[in-house]
Design a binder for this molecule. Structure first.
Ligand code: PMP
Length: 402
């Protein structure tokens, strides 16, 4: 069997989808019109699957800063900071992020994925242990593997299981890294961070929180779940991305520990890849300032999230347990989820289709991510379209009458 033969089942699955006229994993956005609108398959479409939580991708100040940096510093850095040197804008952004969090240092990576790879592999290596939440993002799984630490999983959001596993580690618990997410990307639920902090302190472990989906979303200043829960001083390290509320690409790590600065010398995903390009750094820095200065955006995001959550609940959908900008509708089967995803697209609504094996507990999900830039009218249209593709309430009534 050649190396390429193992792709046959994937090819078959792809052909089956295409035979039904659906390929949700190869969607082309023909024209992007705004943070919430695009042209897809020739039709104007409302986007509600972008992670563009604050709608900053078209903010005039971000665009202007990006264009100026492009003209001033060129299209790319063409190399890693370790080998080719840093642009002064890299350092400026790192100081801005450190200042935003009130910590001494921040380290910028080229993507959020690499930030997890870089931070986790640098902190936990051979002889160390990582305890990760079972529902963690792929970048956390990969980052845990990269460092060579022993990796154990605890049940999703289950502090009792975490405690039990730390207790079993005995003395090794002091050389254990716990990694959780602020808001989980599939169902939008939060880590029980206050309780996790208590357990971390009890065993002297180290705690890292990935705030990819909670930066700009939670906390009085938008710093994430650690701020919202008042436990920032007990979180050893935060990882985040620029690709969601900050509207660009890139990632970062920050820490309350001064030694964190030294991961630059040990982190392969920092050392052996090209640094983020100047236009990206420039727009990100402005976006961070906007998060600081415009709490109203966060307020709007929450109002919009409440509107969509209430609307979908009213028409009978079963959603993730917590109201927030990630709103996932649980669909009984994969086939139904595919058909509904397609139906929504035909009505001009783009949501994320999430099916096993990428989902927790084998769920099939239609996942919405709300933006502060959605208008109440757009949110109404989204709810109406969900009601048109499938009405759980009607289905329930029909099942009672048969
Ligand atoms: N962490 C989490 C929790 C994520 O959901 C993601 C991306 N969806 C990442 C990290 C990686 O971020 P990026 O896409 O910016 O590389």
């Amino acid at each position: 069997m050649s190396l390429f033969e193992k792709f046959r089942p994937i090819q078959q699955a792809r052909e089956d989808l295409l035979a039904n006229g659906i390929n949700p994993f190869h969607l082309t956005i023909e024209k992007i019109l705004s943070p919430t609108e695009a042209v897809i398959n020739g039709h104007p479409t409302i986007l509600v699957g972008t992670n563009n939580y604050l709608g900053l991708t078209f903010h005039p100040d971000c665009i202007q800063a990006s264009q100026e940096a492009l003209a001033r510093e060129g299209t790319g850095t063409t190399g890693s900071r370790m080998a080719n040197g840093s642009f002064s804008s890299h350092g400026d952004l790192e100081r801005a992020i450190a200042d935003f969090y009130g910590v001494p240092f921040a380290v910028v990576f080229s993507t959020g994925y690499q930030a997890n790879l870089g931070v986790l592999s640098a902190l936990a290596g051979p002889g160390d242990t990582i305890l990760m939440d079972g529902d963690s993002h792929a970048s956390i799984y990969d980052g845990c593997r990269l460092g060579g630490a022993e990796v154990l999983r605890f049940k999703h959001n289950d502090v009792t299981d975490l405690d039990k596993k730390l207790r079993r580690l005995g003395d090794r618990s002091r050389r254990t890294l716990i990694i959780v997410e602020g808001i989980y990307s599939m169902l939008g639920d939060r880590a029980p961070l206050k309780d996790i902090v208590e357990v971390k302190k009890k065993y002297g472990a180290t705690l890292v929180v990935d705030e990819a989906h909670s930066l700009g979303v939670l906390g009085e200043r938008g710093r994430g779940l650690a701020e919202e829960d008042g436990v920032e001083q007990d979180v050893d390290c935060i990882v985040g991305t620029f690709s969601k509320s900050l509207g660009s690409t890139g990632g970062f790590g920050i820490s309350i520990h001064p030694e964190f600065e030294l991961i630059r010398y040990t982190s392969r995903p920092y050392i052996f890849t090209a640094s983020p390009c100047p236009s990206v750094i420039a727009s990100t820095k402005v976006a961070l300032r906007i998060i600081r200065e415009t709490p109203q955006l966060r307020q709007q995001l929450w109002e919009n999230s409440q509107q969509l959550y209430a609307g979908l609940t009213k028409i009978g959908y079963t959603l993730g347990a917590e109201v927030g900008p990630i709103i996932a509708a649980m669909i009984p089967s994969k086939e139904q989820a595919l058909a509904m995803w397609q139906g929504l697209l035909e009505q001009g609504i783009y949501v994320n289709l999430m099916i096993p094996p990428a989902t927790p507990n084998g769920e099939s999900l239609l996942r919405c991510s709300v933006s502060a830039a959605h208008t109440p009218k757009q949110l109404e249209t989204i709810i109406e379209s969900f009601a048109n593709v499938y009405s759980p309430l009607k289905e329930h009534a029909a099942s009672l009458s048969t």
